[in-house]
Each structure stands twice: as structure tokens, then as C-alpha cells.
Design a protein around this ligand. Structure first.
Ligand SMILES: [Zn+2]
Length: 150
């Protein structure tokens, strides 16, 4: 078992996040016997282990993270302040600053900072599965705003 910090664990393998992932994967038979609060979840070297279901690969988790982030980003307002500065609508605070540098986007929010500071070190398997790319829904919203002609 890999010991994750509470911060990374609560953002990545919480019962809610993993229950959503299981729906996404169509692995929802467990629902007949359990609810999401009863799931026992641990990070292992080979994947996420859920006692009630089995192993979920980091590849599947990475795909789910990418897709759900894209979905969440698509509804956000983006204001471009300069070629490299974007203000993106948020929930914890009204706007988050996203900086674009050499085609790479960084954000000031907790989620981004947690992933940036912890993922590579604490869960390198997932970091690899994400192609070593750190993102949040704000950075994806900023990126998407440049893809859509206005
Ligand atoms: Zn962010």
C-alpha cells in the first residue's frame, strides 16, 4: 500500500471520486450490496485497490480525470487579460489566475497546487499515466478558450 498525504488522497481517491470513477467505467454491480460510503480504498503500486471491487488501473483513473476535468472546464467563463494571463471562473473564489508559459498552463487553486506539489512524488504511477501533465479545470478552461474561435 502507498501512503498518500491526506490532501492528495482526498482529492484523488476519495470515496466520492472513486464511486464516480466506477460508474464511468460501468463497474457498478457493487451498488447492489454497498453504498459509496462503505467502499474501502487504497493506493497500491499496480492501481487503486477497492476491497469491494478489485483493482482499477492508473490508466483508467487518468482517463477519467481527463474527461471529467474537460467536462467541468467546458462550462467556465474565461477572461483573457494578456497573452499569458487568464482569469477563470471558480467556486471557492470568484476568479483564478491561470498563467500560460511556453504552452504550459499553471493555476493558483488548491487542486492544481496539490497535484503539482505532490503527485509526482507521492503517486508517480498516476503521474506517468497522466503523461506527466498537471492540470485542473481552470487550466483546461483557459486552454479550451484558445481552441474556440470567437
Ligand atoms: Zn485551478
Amino acid at each position: 500500500m502507498i501512503n498518500l498525504s491526506t490532501q492528495l488522497a482526498s482529492q484523488t481517491i476519495s470515496k466520492n471520486a472513486i464511486a464516480d470513477l466506477l460508474y464511468y467505467l460501468g463497474r457498478d454491480r457493487w451498488e447492489e450490496n454497498y453504498n459509496r460510503h462503505q467502499l474501502t480504498i487504497e493506493a497500491w503500486a499496480v492501481g487503486i485497490w477497492v476491497r469491494e471491487i478489485g483493482i482499477i488501473s492508473y490508466k483508467d483513473l487518468a482517463e477519467f480525470m481527463r474527461n471529467s476535468t474537460k467536462l467541468r472546464a467546458s462550462g467556465l467563463q474565461v477572461e483573457r487579460r494578456s497573452p499569458s494571463l487568464f482569469l477563470v471562473e471558480g467556486s471557492q473564489q470568484s476568479r483564478y489566475a491561470v498563467i500560460r508559459q511556453n504552452g504550459h498552463y499553471t493555476c493558483e487553486c488548491m487542486l492544481y497546487r496539490c497535484r503539482h506539489n505532490r503527485l509526482r512524488k507521492e503517486l508517480p504511477q498516476l503521474f506517468e499515466a497522466l503523461n506527466k501533465k498537471i492540470f485542473c479545470h481552470h487550466t483546461v478552461a483557459a486552454y479550451l478558450s484558445l481552441q474556440t474561435p470567437t
